[in-house]
Design a protein around this ligand. Sequence first.
Ligand SMILES: [Zn+2]
Ligand SMILES: [Zn+2]
Length: 313
Amino acid sequence: MNTNRREFLTAATSFAVSYALLGRVVFGQQKKPTRIILLGTKGGPRVGEIGRSNPSTLLLINGVPYVVDCGYGTSKQLLAANVPLNQIRSIFITHHHSDHNLELGPLFYNAWITGLPVKVDAYGPPGVANMIRDFFSYQKFDIDTRIEDEGRTDPRTLLTAHEFDKPGMIMSNDDVKVSTFLVRHPPIKQSYAYRFDAWDRSVVISGDTAYVPELGTFAKGADVLVHEIMYLPAIEALLKRLPNATRLREHLMAAHTLPEDVGRVAAQAEVKTLVLSHFVPGDDASITDEMWAEGVRKHFKGRIVVGKDLLEI
Ligand SMILES: [Zn+2]
Ligand SMILES: [Zn+2]
């Protein structure tokens, strides 16, 4: 056995021992480490034939899934990440653009239709309760038929909306505390970032936002910051082909964050790892990972991960 391998084995063994002790001594029982899996990393509602899926981020905290945003395709992406849909218990919506909420009702429906008991809590800014009610109305015929014909539980009793209209702590349990921060995403006033302080790791998800220096304070000391990003040169090229170019450019500039500013926020927050996600544009293969990261690196010297669908951090 060479020295490197022996050292590795020694380190691995002592890690396993200390980890086991940590699990027993500090928490009374062994907890599973927190996992972050990017389900969809493309900003915007357009559905692509190939490439990145619409936005959604999964946290597995002590083995329990917490889904942040449900763009189109979230159910499929959860299955691709080996998460059975009936395990979903909590869904968090950052804001009410459809690339973040289109599959809220369908995701719950897909969990319900597995036939196993599910009770799901959906958190988000005002509008979540109406959206759920309207979804059940949209699928009323199917739901009533299946309750009658197949003896299913009424799904309307299983999905609960929890709305908030100001930042703060929104839920906590033995594994995690979840808090929110109001970001800047005009014209939408109620747009939030989420912070998950899990038992072993802190994770902040920016949601959609323009540059907000205060987000650096909210994310202070987090292990991982997942932040949206917009690449201006590609936007400019894209806009040249559109009739509503001026309006669209104004919206994008006011509502999203350029790479340099993403770097500023991450540096101010002093996070260990910055994960880029919600790419705008998210379907331009000519933008390389290096092009996404280049501007960010001017300000942030930590680890930068250019997100991909189903990548685990
Ligand atoms: Zn978005
Ligand atoms: Zn948005």
